[in-house]
Design a binder for this molecule. Structure first.
Ligand code: HEM
Length: 153
């Protein structure tokens, strides 16, 4: 139709974000407005943090015993590590679905460290006394992941 505006319909203010870059395409089809999507992402970040609390908290309760070589991987650590894996994977998916850039190298490093943590905690879950060095390694890797998560931007 002559003179008709050929263009992009803005359904939601957040769509302006995807129009700002050169060659950016408007979103097509049904999509979750960024309001609901943001809430969903933040919800999973909160669950991710509950996972850290469980993993690191479990570790901290064993610090005194660790000094005597009598620490054990408590269930909270195993469940926390599993929570990190599941919520982390969901967060990657949600961020990609929302067109948010995901730092694959950072996530890859976090995932690699978590696989070591989860492997150790799972294999040794029934041992009543875990060697000091091995137990300390899990705490160190967990702490390293926290710093990687917040400092690597
Ligand atoms: C012990 C292991 C882990 C710790 C301590 C950890 C810690 C954190 C923290 C503190 C945040 C919030 C950072 C912020 O919003 O600035 C975060 C976000 C996130 N984590 Fe993890 N994480 C771990 C494992 C994982 C794994 C295994 C994955 C993926 C498979 C993952 C994926 C993500 C994603 C996608 C985000 C949101 C985007 C970002 O800030 O990078 N995390 N993590």
């Amino acid at each position: 139709m002559a003179g008709a505006a050929v263009g992009i319909r803005i359904h939601h203010p957040s769509q302006y974000r995807s129009l700002s870059g050169a060659g950016a395409e408007p979103r097509e089809g049904p999509w979750l407005g960024s309001g609901s999507m943001d809430i969903l992402i933040h919800l999973f970040v909160a669950l991710h943090i509950i996972g850290i609390a469980s993993l690191l908290g479990g570790f901290l309760t064993q610090m005194k015993a660790m000094g005597q070589g009598a620490a054990r991987f408590v269930p909270a650590m195993l469940h926390g590590a599993l929570t990190m894996l599941i919520t982390g994977a969901v967060l990657v998916g949600l961020n990609q679905a929302d067109d948010q850039a995901v730092n694959n190298v950072k996530i890859g490093v976090k995932l690699a460290l978590l696989v070591v943590i989860l492997g150790l905690v799972y294999v040794k879950r029934d041992e009543e006394r875990v060697e000091k060095g091995l137990f300390g390694l899990v705490g160190a890797l967990t702490t390293a992941n926290i710093f990687i998560a917040v400092l690597w931007t």
